[in-house]
Design a protein around this ligand. Structure first.
Ligand code: GTP
Ligand code: MG
Length: 209
């Protein structure tokens, strides 16, 4: 089993990415998937996943989704004191046997990171519509995450974001760690994303090449 932590700024596409990957992993790879969401003041994302993946798509049983309301700084619940998330993980694992568990952090800033006791692999999601200043401006989360996803590249022309600059900046700050440029709306770049996720799951022995 692998625990994949997904974090990044508010609205960058974390839940959309998890919904996409969950659907891919269940339908195409035959894996069992659980999801934990962290929202600061509501269970919005867990309810959305419940509506989309449990009720509409019939992809997951309802017991595979847990929503946490952190009630404060989202950093704390995934790094300084991850106990509420560790408890949620324990609950999920007791309920059913899972191959992949996604943990979505509450929308946050670029310094956030997951405690290694909580996540085995981390994905940081950036929003192209916020402009091309990131990843160049840095931030621990952008720098340290196992995979950087620059999402919403379909919006680059509307905000004058230079994707090549973003690519160069990502390479500079992340050295050999991978970055993918995708649009979860149009599907651009999705093959690159799937290739990286597949190779990680192969390493974990969850799928075959
Ligand atoms: N144009 C465009 N919109 C996208 C893309 N990916 C996600 N969105 C939209 O962006 C909005 C925010 O997406 P979410 O997945 O809710 O973002 P989030 O990071 O989970 O948001 P919080 O959990 O509130 O921080 C939604 O309206 C999505 O439909 C994309 O690639 N392109
Ligand atoms: Mg979300």
């Amino acid at each position: 089993m692998i625990r994949i932590g997904v974090l990044g700024p508010v609205g960058s596409g974390k839940t959309t990415l998890i919904e996409f990957l969950a659907e891919y992993l269940v339908r195409k790879e035959g894996l069992s998937v659980g999801i934990i969401t962290n929202d600061v003041v509501s269970s919005h994302d867990a309810l959305r996943i419940y509506q989309n993946l449990v009720l509409k798509e019939k992809l997951l049983p309802k017991e595979n989704v847990i929503g946490i309301v952190t009630g404060g700084c989202p950093h704390t619940a995934i790094r300084e004191d991850p106990s509420v998330n560790l408890r949620a993980l324990e609950t999920l694992i007791k309920r059913t046997s899972l191959d992949v568990i996604f943990i979505e952090s509450g929308g946050d800033n670029v310094m956030s990171t997951f405690s290694p006791v909580l996540a085995d692999y981390t994905i940081f999601v950036l929003d192209t519509a916020a402009g091309d200043k990131y990843p160049g401006k840095g931030g621990l989360g952008i720098q340290e995450s196992d995979l950087l996803v620059v999402n919403k590249i379909d919006l680059a022309p509307f905000v004058g974001a230079d994707l090549e600059k973003m690519r160069r900046d990502a390479e500079k700050i992340r050295k050999d760690k991978p970055t993918v440029f995708i649009s979860l709306k149009t599907g651009d770049g999705i093959d690159d994303l799937i290739k990286i996720i597949r190779s990680e799951l192969e390493l974990e022995g969850l799928i075959r090449s």
